[in-house]
Write a protein that binds this ligand. Structure first.
Ligand code: ADP
Ligand code: MG
Length: 347
C-alpha cells in the first residue's frame, strides 16, 4: 500500500467504486457513511458509520485519512469546511457549495456564457405566477434533489400542486422539448491539465438515468461545444478530481448545460470497461496527486441501470466476456432505487 489513505464521504455505489479504484492503485480508503445499510458495508473494509456532524466520528475519520473526497453533493458545506481546516478536501468545499444549489449553479453557468434553460428563483406561489413565461416548466428544489426527487411539473399558472412545500426555495425552469441528453466527464489535475471523456448519450425514464452509451449520436458541433463548455467549467471552478456536466439537446439542436455533478457520475460507469482508465481511477489520481495518464477509449460501450426489481434477472446469471454486471448489494430492493448496473462493450 502507498502512504496515502483516502477518506471518502458517502457509502453508496459511487463511494464503493471509488474505493475499489483507489485500492487498485494501492491506496487505502476509509468510507464515512451515515447509513449503516449502505453498500460500503458489504463492499469495503474500513467503514465509519454515524452522523456526519458527530464530533467524535469526525475526529476518528480525520485521524485515519490524509485526503478527503466525497461521492455526493448534498453534504452540508459547514462540515466539509471544518474537515478542510485539518485535512485537504477535494474538490474544494466552496465548489460543492456553489453547485449544491441549483440557483447559484445556473447563475455560475450563465456568468460563463454557458447556455442553460431559462429559470427564476421561486419563494412562493406568486413568484410562479409572475414568471409565467417559464410555464410549462419544472419546479425543482434548490437543494437536496436527485433522480427527479423534489421536482414538480407546472403546466398552467393556476394549477399549482398543493404538495409543494414553500418553506423551501425552488427554481422554475422552462421545460425543454428534449431531443437528446448527453453528459461529459472530465477529470482535472491542475491548470489546463485534464483528461476528458467523449460525450456519453443518456436516456432517462421517470427522471432517472436508465441507459448510457458511447459514442453519442451527435454532430461534431454539439460534441465540440459540450467538450469546450465542460473544460471552461472545470477551469473556472479550479476543480480537482472528476466532474460531470449533464446537457440537454433540444429539437433545434441547441445545446444547454443542465447541471454539474461535482463528483463521479452514473453515466460514467461504462468507463470502467470502455477505457484504459475509469472516471473513478482518474478521480483518485487527481485528488491524491498521482500521475495523470493519457486516457483512451478501448471499446464502445453501453450501460443499463438496474433499477428496483430489474436486478433479479441478473443475479446468478452467467455472462459473456464482453458483459459486466455490477451488484451494489443494497440490503433491500426498492422501487426506483439504483440496485446495480450492466455494461456491454463492443469487441
Ligand atoms: P436530478 O438532480 O434529479 O438529476 P435534473 O435537473 O438533472 O435533476 O433532472 C432530471 C431529468 O429530468 C433530466 O435528466 C431530464 O430528463 C428531465 N428534465 C429536467 N429539467 C428539464 C427541463 N428543464 N426540461 C425538460 N426536461 C427536464
Ligand atoms: Mg440530473
Amino acid at each position: 500500500m502507498s502512504n496515502i489513505t483516502l477518506g471518502i464521504i458517502g457509502g453508496g455505489q459511487l463511494g464503493c467504486l471509488l474505493s475499489q479504484a483507489a485500492n487498485k492503485l494501492n491506496i487505502e480508503t476509509v468510507i464515512f457513511s451515515d447509513d449503516k445499510n449502505s453498500p460500503a458495508k458489504n463492499l469495503t473494509k474500513n467503514f465509519i458509520i454515524g452522523n456526519y456532524d458527530d464530533e467524535n466520528l469526525i475526529k476518528e475519520f480525520l485521524s485515519k485519512v490524509n485526503i478527503i473526497t466525497y461521492e455526493f453533493e448534498n453534504i452540508p458545506y459547514k462540515i466539509l469546511k471544518k474537515l478542510n481546516e485539518i485535512k485537504p478536501v477535494l474538490p474544494k468545499p466552496e465548489i460543492n457549495k456553489l453547485i449544491q444549489n441549483r440557483f447559484t449553479e445556473k447563475d455560475f453557468l450563465n456568468k460563463n456564457n454557458i447556455r442553460t434553460t431559462r429559470y427564476a428563483l421561486i419563494k412562493d406561489e406568486d413568484d410562479i405566477k409572475i414568471n409565467d413565461g417559464l410555464i410549462p416548466g419544472l419546479l425543482k428544489t434548490c437543494t437536496l434533489g436527485y433522480d427527479g426527487k423534489g421536482q414538480f411539473k407546472i403546466n398552467k399558472k393556476d394549477d399549482i400542486s398543493s404538495e409543494i412545500d414553500f418553506s423551501k426555495e425552488y427554481i422554475l425552469e422552462k421545460f425543454i422539448n428534449l431531443k437528446k441528453e448527453i453528459s461529459v466527464i472530465i477529470s482535472r489535475f491542475g491548470h489546463q491539465r485534464y483528461e476528458i471523456y467523449e460525450p456519453i448519450e443518456n436516456v432517462h425514464q421517470d427522471q432517472i438515468l436508465k441507459y448510457s452509451k458511447i459514442p453519442a449520436e451527435i454532430s461534431d458541433k454539439i460534441k465540440n461545444q459540450a467538450i469546450d463548455w465542460s473544460t471552461i467549467i472545470a477551469e473556472e471552478l479550479d476543480y480537482i478530481g472528476t466532474l460531470c456536466v449533464e446537457f440537454f439537446i433540444d429539437n433545434k439542436d441547441n445545446l444547454y448545460a443542465n447541471e454539474i455533478a461535482p463528483r463521479v457520475h452514473n453515466s460514467g460507469h461504462l468507463t470502467i470497461n470502455s477505457h484504459n482508465i475509469s472516471q473513478f481511477e482518474n478521480h483518485v489520481r487527481a485528488v491524491c496527486g498521482l500521475e495523470k495518464l493519457e486516457t483512451k477509449k478501448i471499446h464502445n460501450a453501453r450501460m443499463i441501470n438496474l433499477i428496483g426489481a430489474d436486478i433479479e434477472d441478473y443475479r446468478g446469471k452467467s455472462f459473456k466476456d464482453n458483459e459486466f454486471f455490477f451488484d451494489y448489494l443494497k440490503n433491500e430492493i426498492r422501487d426506483k432505487r439504483k440496485m446495480g448496473h450492466f455494461t456491454i462493450v463492443e469487441k
